[in-house]
Design a protein around this ligand. Structure first.
Ligand code: PXP
Length: 242
């Protein structure tokens, strides 16, 4: 059965919108684990727009399932990973201008530098996944440069509007998952998966784990909204009591 790794970046996005102390992604991670998550994911970005170094270090101490660190292939991030020792590093492309990770790593162009990063992390006992588009050449290269796992970028499928585009994109995911599994790579999948698009993955048993953030955090905000307002209304009512 596939697992679920919950990405708590956007709890930190809400916190950083006010540069406040709350909501804390560490607390959210604990609640996610209580609810049955198989892992916690954070993306420590170069610009620190959401997750901060402090979050990663505290999570390392308190996460009981597994801590997955998403990061760009830079010497700063490699240094942090070697120090923090997450249970898995997922290497992702990163650009400052993007709203979120926009596509997979291009292993055709960057196979040498990514291969060196994989080796450096693995030498310290940290397994490495590479976030790539569902393309056979990328998967074969991931295998060649010794990645432990791939994470298939599901964004094109999740964002597709027409049924034809959806079907085409999903077929690529299926082929990618099967090829990676055949090459004995672990197979994760993520980006843009919501309560609707997850249903398409029924029967695709080659996927080991889904990495999901935005839709879960969005649902958490909405399902908690009514309770949160009631609590504030009740505190305001208390103000008017003698
Ligand atoms: N996997 C990777 C590599 C990502 O960069 C992200 C977004 O941070 C996710 C999964 C989760 O995507 P979403 O927030 O759309 O569920």
């Amino acid at each position: 059965m596939a697992g679920l790794a919950v990405n708590v970046d956007h709890i930190a996005t809400i916190r950083e919108a006010r540069k406040a102390d709350y909501p804390d992604p560490v607390t959210a991670a604990m609640l996610a684990e209580l609810a049955g998550a198989d892992g916690i994911v954070v993306h420590l970005r170069e610009d620190r727009r959401h997750i901060q170094d402090r979050d990663v270090r505290i999570l390392r101490k308190v996460v009981q399932t597994k801590l997955i660190l998403e990061m760009a292939c830079t010497s700063e991030m490699v240094g942090i990973a070697l120090d923090v020792k997450p249970d898995l590093v997922t290497l992702v492309p990163e650009s400052r201008e993007e709203v979120t990770t926009e596509g997979g790593l291009d292993l055709i162009i960057h196979n040498r530098s990514i291969g060196e990063t994989i080796a450096a992390l693995q030498n310290s006992g940290i397994p490495v996944s590479v976030f790539i588009d569902p393309e056979s050449e990328q998967i074969r290269l991931a295998h060649k440069i010794n990645a432990n796992m791939i994470e298939i970028h599901t964004g094109v499928f999740c964002d597709a509007i027409s049924q034809t585009a959806k079907t085409q994109a999903f077929n690529k995911i299926v082929d990618a998952a099967k090829l990676a599994h055949k090459l004995r790579l672990g197979v994760n999948a993520g980006h843009g998966i919501c309560y609707n698009t997850i249903k398409a993955f029924k029967g695709l048993w080659e996927i080991d784990e889904f990495s999901i953030g935005h839709s879960i955090i969005s649902r958490a905000v909405m399902s908690g909204m009514e309770k949160a307002v009631r609590e504030m209304v009740s505190l305001i009512k208390e103000l008017n009591k003698e």
